[in-house]
Design a protein around this ligand. Structure first.
Ligand SMILES: Cc1cc2nc3c(=O)[nH]c(=O)nc-3n(C[C@H](O)[C@H](O)[C@H](O)COP(=O)(O)O)c2cc1C
Length: 184
């Protein structure tokens, strides 16, 4: 916890598929293959979804993936050069160039709205914070660089994921990459 830092300089080397699997698991995974997850969720309604833009991951073709917590699987959504789209959308494009993957969190607000009404928005944001902290701490433990990113053009990120920005909308992203020992 004390060595976690936001790192924006990556070496450009590939990272292991197992690292992506571990990060996804600690983000939204279900340890007992049931309803419970690694993060708390208001009412146990789990409004968040995780997408992974893959650029430099061993054994995993570049493209866009969706994480399915129940089967602990990444489902391929497309093989386009998504990193270029992320680079266009974020306000720190220079950090994206050498990233290995970008984890993108969205919320499907309706899942939480059923119980909490308008408070679902707050709860989704709070839950995203829990998830991001897990991603940051897990990445630190795996000796990977990680930077939480809230600065991006929402519409461009929503378009990339093909979500409407209303029922399901992007909240938060994390750049992940091999640590650049020179750049820090
Ligand atoms: C909600 C949130 C959004 C952030 N968005 C960005 C961002 O868009 N770009 C960026 O470079 N860093 C972003 N950061 C990282 C902060 O700049 C960083 O946490 C802060 O400078 C403290 O540094 P540290 O994380 O290394 O302790 C964000 C952090 C948080 C919590």
């Amino acid at each position: 916890m004390t060595s976690r830092r936001s790192g924006r300089s990556y070496s450009g080397e590939e990272i292991d598929l197992q690292c992506v699997a571990d990060l996804a698991f600690y983000a939204l995974g279900t340890p007992d293959k049931g309803q419970r997850r690694c993060v708390p969720s208001g009412g146990g309604l789990y409004p968040l979804e995780l997408y992974v833009v893959v650029a430099r991951v061993e054994q995993l073709p570049a493209g866009l993936y969706h994480y399915d917590p129940r089967s602990h699987a990444l489902c391929e959504l497309g093989r386009a050069d998504c990193l270029a789209s992320v680079k266009k959308a974020v306000f720190i494009p220079e950090a994206v160039d050498n990233a290995a993957a970008v984890f993108v969190l969205t919320a499907v607000f309706g899942r939480s709205k059923i119980k909490y009404g308008e408070r679902a928005y707050r709860f989704s944001l709070l839950e995203a914070g829990h998830v991001m902290q897990n991603i940051c701490l897990a990445a630190t433990a795996l000796r990977l660089g990680v930077c939480p990113v809230g600065g991006f053009v929402d519409d461009e990120m929503n378009d990339l994921l093909d979500v409407d920005g209303v029922e399901e909308a992007v909240l938060y992203a994390a750049l992940i990459g091999s640590l650049d020992t020179i750049g820090g």
